[in-house]
Design a protein around this ligand. Structure first.
Ligand SMILES: [Zn+2]
Length: 294
């Protein structure tokens, strides 16, 4: 069993913010909840890991809600996250195995529509939407934060599966880099490129390295911590997990939005109505007695 971890950190030279997350259990639980196949699970893992990394950008009751609208078979993927790194995700098409080797068919030839909303207790703080065609949720999220928030940002995620239906993820991890004020853009571009080197990606997937050693190695590869370890500071931020915010009350509120006539009709057909949360598949049962007579 892995304990997922999210670490936040800063580098002084160049001035960067970074986040590193082990999301093995988060991705496993998301894949199992949505019965995703390996190709669908890889896309969902990318979406969940990116969401987990962005928890370091949130405070208090703030929340990010992501919507990736692909024009290919992957369709629409939703995810949200709060500052405690409670992450949940919803893929419209969790079965993508037949498109595994065809990014155009999976993500579409046309640009995807990516939208991100930052909210606090249901109130929108800011929102943005961009079209982009990176054919990967991590690439599209990088583009979103760099363009819409005008802060150079790069995400990289990795996942490795194993043939074990009850525990399908051997390891999943991700890294985020974000330019801070005063960061030279060329220097950021050089550091960003390292995220995509095979060496960096292989290190992310290393299961033998203890977490902090892995982080030190990643920072060394990025040339942020090689000679001068005082150049970086980092701390534990949260424990990522596939945790849904649904409740019996929230499901009841959803049923209360039905016109009373429709609700009456529903309960006349079925004495017990089961409503499932789309995000986590948890089922809630209601009878007519749960609602006001009207
Ligand atoms: Zn739920």
């Amino acid at each position: 069993m892995t304990n997922d971890t999210l670490i936040r950190g800063l580098s002084r030279r160049p001035p960067l913010r970074f986040a590193f997350a082990d999301t093995t259990a988060l991705c496993r639980d998301g894949i199992i909840a949505h019965d995703a196949d390996p190709a669908g699970g890889a896309v969902l893992s990318e979406v969940l890991t990116v969401a987990a990394l962005t928890a370091v950008l949130l405070e208090g009751d703030e929340r990010y809600s992501f919507r990736y609208g692909y024009r290919g078979a992957a369709g629409v993927l939703l995810a949200d996250v709060n500052a405690r790194c409670d992450v949940r995700g919803l893929p419209s098409h969790p079965h993508l195995e037949e498109y595994a080797h065809d990014p155009d068919a999976c993500f579409g030839k046309e640009d995807a529509l990516i939208s991100v909303v930052k909210s606090e207790n249901g109130k929108v703080l800011n929102s943005g939407q961009i079209s982009c065609g990176m054919a990967s949720p991590a690439g599209d999220a990088s583009m979103f934060f760099s363009m819409s928030d005008q802060i150079e940002t790069e995400f990289v995620t990795e996942v490795r599966f194993r043939p074990e239906p009850s525990d399908p993820v051997a390891v999943a991890a991700g890294f985020m880099l974000q330019a801070m004020p005063g960061c030279d853009l060329e220097e950021f571009a050089r550091t960003r490129e390292i995220l995509h080197t095979p060496e960096f990606r292989t290190t992310l997937l290393d299961r033998e390295l203890p977490l902090e050693k892995k982080l030190r190695r990643l920072l060394t590869l990025l040339k942020l911590a090689a000679e001068d370890s005082a150049n970086v500071s980092y701390q534990f931020a949260a424990t990522p997990g596939f945790r849904c915010s649904c409740s019996r009350e929230s499901m009841k509120r959803a049923l209360l939005t039905l016109p009373p006539e429709e609700r009456k009709q529903l309960f006349s057909e079925k004495p017990v109505v089961n409503v499932s949360c789309q995000f986590c598949r948890k089922s809630y049962s209601f009878t007519a007695d749960d609602f006001p007579k009207s």
